[in-house]
Write a protein of this length. Structure first.
Length: 497
């Protein structure tokens, strides 16, 4: 038996492929899966000086568009990770939907409730970037930080004891690490090996087709929607993918149907449900089919192995929540692993990952399902700016009267006396923010920002976590030093990148 009663784990199949005599690679964190979750986590760890190895079963990065919407909160995360400029350059805003009927445009449809930018929330709308391009940008950022990704590494077994995790592969030597993170998707090999169940439901029994295609004879100014007609098999939507020459085709099918993923199969669907001719679809660059479902892992941790992204929660694609929730899993976990491995914080800090992220994932699964079923509009709740951790054990508020920002809340942006707060927060460090008060501050070894006033915050002392949430807040600094020691902050190096 291993840590916390978790037995040494191995897949029932492929265990004959383990070669224990191969050389064992040592690292601090092994990340299984080079999708958005794994790459974002690896970027965060690399900028903290944590040695992490990403292993990916496939021979290359995922080639399709799939998760194409970057929500406002994730744009803030990408600003901190140093990739937002590249994300903005690679994509664009969502086009207005155009409804078609019998080859005629019959009206526009606004997919998202509008919102105005403000000083405390600079990004209000989702930004469209095909998933393959988001992954490419994160990969390039990781390489620039000296990170490592090994492709063609099929994991077949995981073992762990009180101090380490060892991953075994179908080919090549094993990898031993202090922690392992399963970011290997909804069919996670690691999750299944751990014996962690997922609880969920089928959101819609009707299969869906999604494909990246080239189409002639259709403008790129709108998201073209062809509603299901009476007696038809389902709807068709054709969305121009920002920053590319491709369109994303989405189509729904009857429950017993098997969508055709070939060029001929997609041509038939497009021609049958729109005014386009089969030959207008000139190329299929990637295609997949699925049945929308929602599922949540019963737990996000087993010993020294943690689940993140689709390995921990599977969403309907409606509302664009899956990739965004996944990236924010990585953002929550990265600083905690860094604090334990670099700053001397106790391992108990890792336990707060599940404490904080599992309720958020459960909430966002409900949002995704509601959007899919037409019960929730895309708008404030899908932007993810209002999510937080007020109930977390890491949220400490010592004030007698609550202010506009409470412990556990997202720390708002703002510019005061030429200081932009998001720029001050940017980097792998904590930030001490004082608003209208500046007495008795302990020496924490973190950047300190002093501003005379800020309406979004009110008066007080705020210790902002590396992931941009308020950890501790008080009218004065009384009790702050004790909280900082709990986080391993005394003597923390401030090295923003």
């Amino acid at each position: 038996m291993g840590l916390n009663g978790v037995k040494e784990l191995a897949m029932d199949t492929r265990t004959d492929a383990i070669t224990h005599t191969d050389a064992i690679t040592q690292t601090e964190v092994i990340v299984v899966g080079a999708g958005p979750t794994g790459l974002a986590l690896a970027v965060d760890l690399a900028r903290r000086g944590v040695d992490a190895l990403v292993v990916e079963r496939a021979d290359a990065l995922f080639p399709g568009s799939r998760g194409k919407g970057i929500q406002p909160r994730t744009r803030e995360v990408f600003h901190d990770l140093g990739v937002l400029d590249a994300i903005h350059a690679a994509g664009g805003p969502y086009p207005v939907a155009m409804i078609w009927q019998d080859g005629v445009r019959v009206g526009e449809y606004r997919m998202f409730d509008p919102a105005e930018a403000s000083d405390d929330s600079p990004y209000t709308e989702p930004w469209m970037v095909p998933q393959w391009r988001t992954q490419q940008i994160l990969f390039e950022r990781l390489m620039g930080l000296g990170g490592r990704v090994e492709f063609g590494r099929e994991l077949v077994a995981v073992e762990q004891d009180a101090d380490t995790v060892t991953a075994h592969f179908a080919a090549g030597g094993a990898v031993r690490a202090r922690y392992a993170v399963a970011a290997d998707g909804g069919r996670s090999t690691v999750r299944r090996a751990l014996g962690i169940a997922m609880t969920g439901e089928t959101v819609d029994p009707r299969p869906m087709l999604v494909a990246d295609v080239r189409i002639s004879g259709l403008d790129r100014d709108n998201w073209h929607v062809f509603p299901a007609r009476e007696g038809s098999d389902g709807f068709l939507a054709i969305c121009p993918l920002a920053g590319t020459e491709d369109f994303q085709v989405s189509a729904q099918f009857p429950e017993a149907a098997v969508p055709g993923l070939s060029l001929d199969g997609i041509r038939k669907v497009v021609a049958a449900r729109s005014h386009l001719a089969p030959e207008d679809v000139t190329e299929v660059r990637w295609a997949s089919d699925f049945r929308p479902r929602a599922a949540l892992a019963d737990r996000f941790r087993a010993g020294r192995v943690l689940l993140a992204g689709d390995a921990a929660h599977v969403h309907s694609p409606a509302g664009g929540q899956g990739l965004n929730t996944s990236v924010q899993d990585a953002y929550n976990l990265g600083w905690k692993l860094g604090a334990v491995l670099r700053d001397g914080a106790p391992d108990s800090l890792i336990a707060t990952y599940e404490e904080e992220r599992r309720p958020v994932a459960a909430h966002m699964l409900g949002i995704s399902t509601g959007v899919h079923r037409g019960e929730i509009r895309r708008g404030e709740v899908t932007r993810q700016l209002g999510l937080g951790y007020r109930e977390s054990s890491l949220a400490v508020d010592t004030r007698t009267t609550a202010g506009p920002v409470r412990a556990g809340d997202r720390a708002p942006d703002g510019t005061v006396d030429g200081i932009r707060l998001f720029d001050a927060f940017r980097g792998p460090h904590w930030t001490l923010l004082t608003v209208g008060t500046d007495t008795g501050l302990p020496a924490l070894g973190v950047p300190t920002v002093r501003i005379p006033a800020c309406e979004a915050y009110g008066t007080g002392v705020y210790l902002v976590r590396p992931d941009g949430y308020v950890g501790w807040v008080g009218d004065t600094a009384d009790g702050l030093a004790q909280y900082a020691r709990r986080m391993g902050l005394q003597g923390t190096r401030a090295t923003p990148t």
